[in-house]
Write a protein that binds this ligand. Sequence first.
Ligand code: ADP
Ligand code: ADP
Length: 217
Amino acid sequence: MSKIQILFLGAPGSGKGTQSEKITEEFHVVQISTGDMLREAVKNGTELGIIAKAFMDEGSLVTDDIIIKMMKERLQAIDCQKGFILDGFPRTVTQATALDTMLQTSLECCLTHVISLEVPDEPIIERLSGRRISPLTGKAYHVKFNPPAVNGMSEDGKTPLIHRDDDKSETIIKRLEVFHSQADMLKNYYKPSGKLHIVDGSKDPAAVYEDIRKILS
Ligand code: ADP
Ligand code: ADP
């Protein structure tokens, strides 16, 4: 199969990370999550992390210039040459335009699939408020839909799962508003390319993955 370079569009909690994990296992491509990169920078107290934290805590987008600079560096890394999944970037048309330039200059190529995972707001709120993250693997669990083997614990059975600060109620609503303010513009940006695929993300994770596999193969 030829190299895949996927972009996931979709609300926070639509299942981008969950589906990316399945794709990376089967297709051996790297997942690039701007949210994970930013959280790592916050954890390490870097200059980028200190600036980004204020935006993330209130559920707003980090400014385009910061994100574009971070992604320019990331896409130049050698592991991207085998193919990749972009999860959480671009989130604005300005970022999308910058991505096109980056792909043409550093990887001499373009996206192969743009997958929009669509889920209504109500289940999204339930997914985000019940999401718990393993600090060991970064994997997302859910208190009801995808509970860990040992209640509240990561894969080793003793390290507590994390409830992200921005997965708490007021910030969830704000993040959904921010998402809806950009979603149509982004989809319209990718429509003419013929690479945009709409996927019903409200099915169970295995069924969603089957739909994605059909698109990729
Ligand atoms: P995103 O990366 O888009 O923010 P995640 O993959 O982290 O979303 O999923 C958000 C939460 O919803 C997680 O707790 C995850 O376990 C759960 N989840 C993911 N996909 C589904 C699904 N199809 N049905 C129910 N819950 C799901
Ligand atoms: P989710 O898992 O809910 O989809 P992310 O982990 O992708 O959320 O993002 C968490 C936060 O990080 C966002 O609310 C935003 O503040 C910031 N962020 C992540 N990616 C971007 C981006 N491409 N542009 C601007 N801000 C971003």
